[in-house]
Design a protein around this ligand. Structure first.
Ligand code: GLY
Ligand code: MN
Ligand code: MN
Length: 448
């Protein structure tokens, strides 16, 4: 089982003077007594695989019973209303916990379970338990008789050690990511076929998620971005409620989440199914930047090379199109592209869509790529309507293309290659099965 393997690997890096405390997420309220759909803290999920709210894990390296879980107690009335709970007995029977207790007993039990361990690594992303943990660590020292041995304990963040582990994916994690990516590729294909003038972004957003369901995805890893025309200038637009018009491009940045693992894919294409000349020129440029950057992915390459490569291709392309003027090297030094490329070109991807882990070494230099890393590459070019310094034909066009890349022992694998991205593929697919139902809304006067 994967979480067991993760716990074992973490314990191998620590001695029996250490203890790990990792805190799961609470159930959050949407309004009144209506809960949000529960999402588990990803550090906690990585180490436990446990999906219930209000749980805390204690892991004791070198102990005969290393894994202790505090979870919600069984409660028939609550379970009738809100679903089954594993409960402490179930946690031992089915989750591999060596010991398990009700979360209500944590203040009494946890200090004792720490034994004499002096180095405590705490994973508590939202600081919900930090003050309490600090109290537990000092409890023994404050309460023992003057002639008993005191334990002077230290607390440090678990993130440093754990997030280094999370950067390199195991085969089982890669299998889950692959499934999340395959699901999203299928969903992108479905939405491409569904796209046409007159369709509402909301219809495409929901069509995307409907396809994810066919792949048993739990949810989407971030609010999908279905942005027609100028709305694509906003990098995290998620209103997804406007009608698409002929002549516009559609930018859709959307992924799936399978067993907690994310995918994150962007495609941009014309709503009508046919690129105009300037749309096609900018699209081909961003695609060339993406392909050039992917070609640089190999073990030992510095992270920064991906961005530098993409920016070099895009700057040369903007020169060739007459949008930038001057000398390539000077423009790169001045980062002249930045006004139009706006964002960096990728991030780690895993349990979190923007996954954990450092991009630089302690000395500030870029860290190098390693087999088992999974990352996105996502160059973009954006010409807002107020970019008066460029010819009018470029204004209003935004293109981002994003693929999910696995670093292999010999180079890279583009996991999201099945989501169409060449001009010919897109022109053949977009609008081939358009949604024809219009969105029904009551009249504004009825709502006044
Ligand atoms: N969808 C968020 C991102 O591409 O980083
Ligand atoms: Mn991304
Ligand atoms: Mn994205």
């Amino acid at each position: 089982m994967t979480p067991q393997h993760h716990r074992a690997r973490l314990c191998q890096q620590l001695d029996s003077n250490s203890a790990i405390i990792v805190v799961g997420s609470p159930q959050r309220t949407r309004s009144k007594n209506q809960p949000y759909r529960f999402t588990q803290n990803k550090d906690f999920l990585y180490l436990t695989g446990f999906h219930e709210p209000d749980a805390v894990a204690l892991i004791r390296p070198g102990h005969a019973q290393p894994y202790v879980l505090f979870c919600r107690p069984k409660d028939p009335a609550q379970e009738t209303s809100f679903g089954a709970r594993v409960g402490p007995e179930g946690a031992v029977a089915t989750l591999g916990a060596d010991l398990a207790f009700s979360i209500d007993e944590i203040d009494q039990r946890l200090p004792e379970l720490l034994e004499t361990r002096q180095r405590v690594l705490l994973g508590d992303e939202e600081n919900r338990f930090t003050q309490r943990v600090w109290g537990w660590l000092n409890q023994q020292r404050g309460s023992v008789r003057f002639d008993e041995r005191r334990h002077f304990r230290s607390m440090e963040p678990l993130a440093g050690l754990l997030h280094e582990m999370r950067i390199i994916k195991t085969d089982a994690e890669i299998a889950a990511i692959r499934h999340a990516v395959d699901a999203a590729c299928d969903a992108h294909r479905a939405v491409m076929a569904n796209t046409a003038p007159g369709v509402n972004e909301r219809q495409l957003s929901m069509a995307f998620n409907a396809t994810l369901a066919h792949w048993d995805c739990d949810t989407d890893p971030y609010p999908n971005i279905v942005a027609g025309g100028p709305r694509a200038m906003c990098l995290h637009y998620d209103e997804n409620d406007k009608v698409l018009e002929s002549g516009q491009m559609l930018l859709i940045d959307a992924g799936g989440e399978f067993r907690g693992y994310a995918s994150d894919i962007t495609r941009t294409y014309p709503v009508s199914g046919t690129f105009s000349e300037p749309q096609g020129q900018l699209y081909e440029l961003v695609l060339a930047a993406l392909d050039a950057a992917i070609a640089e992915v190999t073990p030992g390459a510095p992270w920064g090379r991906i961005y530098d490569t993409a920016c070099r291709v895009m700057t040369q392309g903007l020169l060739d199109l007459g949008i930038l003027k001057g000398d390539l090297e000077t423009l790169l030094t001045e980062e002249a592209h930045k006004r139009y490329t706006v964002h960096k070109t990728g991030h780690y991807m895993g349990l979190d869509v923007h996954d954990v882990g450092q991009y630089r070494q302690a000395d500030g230099a870029w860290r190098t790529l390693e087999p088992g890393m999974v990352l996105t590459i996502e160059p973009g070019i954006y010409f807002p309507d107020n970019a008066e310094e460029v010819d009018a034909r470029w204004r209003g066009i935004a293109v981002r293309i994003e693929d999910d890349i696995l670093v292999t022992h010999t180079g890279a694998e583009n996991l999201s290659a099945a989501a169409p991205r060449t001009v010919a593929e897109l022109e053949a697919l977009v609008g081939s099965a358009p949604i024809t139902r219009s969105v029904h809304v009551p009249s504004e006067s009825a709502l006044r």
